[in-house]
Design a protein around this ligand. Structure first.
Ligand SMILES: Cc1cc2nc3c(=O)[nH]c(=O)nc-3n(C[C@H](O)[C@H](O)[C@H](O)COP(=O)(O)OP(=O)(O)OC[C@H]3O[C@@H](n4cnc5c(N)ncnc54)[C@H](O)[C@@H]3O)c2cc1C
Length: 500
């Protein structure tokens, strides 16, 4: 009953991450892996900003960070800067790290709220080392001692996703993954149970396998076009449905953070790599034309455009089942939410990790399939709520799009979370889901959604003691940032040559 052959359809980020992850765990167990990709169809060609979890993925593959960064022209990323989301002119950074440290087992932000209510004003951001480091364009690796303020943070990367796929291809081929170039023209199923048995390529060849990983992108060649799994459409909540992307020359030193700027009909990203900057405008076409979106993007670039603008269309949501019969949809074939918090590559990673953990035999136990779908559904739902929070925690009323969000009916999971926060600054903790309480805090406070009160236990400690503790954390952050090198020079020293 053992699975002997895995077939991966698609060679974008999802396909090659799957090939690398699965070959790392299963090649030496006598399971063969073949990946099919079509050069003619190509890949989506975007997806450059990541979350810290990708480091665990690379580590689990035994990849050396320096080799990876050189190969993918990567920069370090400390978080995302959000501009104009609460009100036009607002700015905050969502960092990969906590704010301060709990006092008497009570989360730090309750003390910050208490001081705020007493009129002692300080930006929440000033209580976070990674925010201040990002804002100053500085970076160095955490130095090992987690108790040190300058070491207690996470970081991710900004990289060229095409180069990452190439890098992982080399890794996978070294672990016996067979790569076949060609277009899949037909998919054959077992008449009794509906499982996919083989795929036919344009040149007439056939690939048989026991299990198929659908990494074919938005088209969902196996999961949707063949198995008709169905799509849960989330465009009532996340209605932006198009994007235009362009790369430009980099002006100034490369920065250790991604920027997301809210616009009247969507938002714009800026992702600095070593040698260029990735840019894009995600928009709702009900409120802006393609030409106008392209014009707005091009007119706000910081450097000369070096590629033609590329148009992308999507419908936010996910497949009703990400694992159906003997097909697992990973990547865009499984679903898509806009890249506001760089979550797509992370969801790919979650899919691969869960598949490895629940890897079936040929009987495909229903309980494993259900567990996989349960986990992945939760992961998708949590991301959806977190993205939506950015749109609804707003005071903007300068366009029809913002008015739509201010008046929308929220998913109950998000509504409950916001209510708990509004009442007493409580941050609900979830089973599964990538964003932990500090991330929710960053966005809620950053977009001026302030609670009526805070945890009353914060009143047990003398006001002056709290004030002096918080002042000293802010001060320690400032000193730690002062002693941190510039990101650009750190990158150079780290071995990544910066092309100007
Ligand atoms: C506008 C935008 C911005 C994004 N930004 C980010 C970001 O900053 N961070 C992030 O984490 N994610 C981001 N993403 C998501 C990210 O780009 C994708 O998750 C990632 O690239 C994975 O794509 P994929 O491999 O699933 O699909 P694709 O890249 O589309 O690859 C599909 C593969 O399937 C193959 N294929 C398809 N049909 C056939 C066929 N019939 N025969 C043979 N082969 C076939 C293609 O040749 C290709 O190799 C963004 C997405 C969009 C749309």
């Amino acid at each position: 009953m053992k699975i002997e052959k895995i077939c991966i359809v698609g060679g974008g980020t999802a396909g090659w991450m799957s090939a690398a992850g699965l070959s790392n765990k299963f090649s030496d167990l006598g399971i063969s892996i073949e990946l099919v990709e079509s050069d003619k169809i190509g890949t989506v060609g975007v997806g450059e900003a990541t979350l810290p979890h990708i480091r665990y993925f690379n580590n689990s593959l035994g990849i050396n960070e320096k080799d990876f960064m050189l190969a993918t022209r990567a920069t370090f990323k400390l978080g995302i800067e959000f501009c104009d989301w609460g009100k036009i002119g607002d700015q905050y950074v969502h960092p990969f790290g906590d704010y301060g440290i709990p006092i008497d087992n009570i989360e730090y932000h309750h003390f910050w709220l208490r001081l705020l209510q007493k009129g002692h004003k300080s930006r929440l951001c000033d209580h976070s080392f990674p925010v201040l480091a990002a804002e100053s364009g500085k970076f160095q690796h955490p130095q090992g001692d987690n108790n040190e303020i300058g070491s207690n943070f996470g970081y991710a990367y900004q990289f060229d996703s095409g180069l990452y796929a190439k890098f992982l291809r080399k890794y996978s081929e070294a672990r016996n993954v067979i790569r076949t170039e060609g277009r899949v023209t037909e998919v054959l199923q077992n008449h009794e149970n509906g499982n996919i048995t083989s795929i036919l390529l344009e040149d007439g060849s056939t690939i048989e396998a026991d299990i198929f990983i659908d990494c074919s992108g938005f088209r969902g060649l196996l999961i949707e076009q063949t198995l008709k799994t169905g799509y849960e459409d989330w465009s009532n909540w996340l209605p932006c449905n198009k994007a235009v992307a362009v790369q430009c020359e980099q002006e100034g030193p490369s920065l250790p953070y991604t920027r997301a700027t809210a616009r009247t009909a969507g938002w714009q990203w800026r992702i600095p790599l070593q040698h260029r900057t990735g840019n894009g405008y995600v928009y709702w076409d009900k409120y802006i034309s393609d030409d106008e979106a392209t014009h707005q993007l091009l007119s706000t670039l910081e450097g000369r455009a070096i590629t033609e603008p590329k148009q992308l269309f999507f419908k936010t949501g996910k497949r009703k089942k990400l694992w159906q019969k003997n097909v697992i949809a990973i990547g865009l074939s499984g679903g898509f939410m806009e890249p506001l918090e760089s979550t797509s590559i992370h969801l790919i990673q979650e899919g691969i990790t869960s598949l490895i953990e629940l890897f079936p035999d040929k009987s495909f136990p229903e309980s494993d399939i259900e567990e996989y779908n349960r986990r992945m559904n939760l992961n998708f739902d949590r991301v959806r709520d977190f993205l939506l929070l950015h749109y609804v925690a707003t005071q903007r009323d300068d366009s029809d799009m913002w008015n739509y969000f201010r008046n929308m009916t929220l998913p109950s999971s998000l509504k409950d979370k916001i209510t708990a926060w509004n009442n007493r600054g409580y941050l609900t903790k979830y089973e599964h889901g990538v964003f932990h309480p500090p991330s929710w805090l960053a966005v809620m406070a950053g977009q001026n959604l302030m609670p009526k009160s805070y945890d009353i236990r914060a009143n047990r400690i003398d006001y002056n003691i709290i004030k002096s503790k918080l002042d000293s954390i802010r001060n320690d952050n400032r000193i730690a940032v002062k002693n941190t090198p510039e990101h650009a020079s750190y990158l150079q020293e780290y071995g990544a040559s910066i092309v100007k």
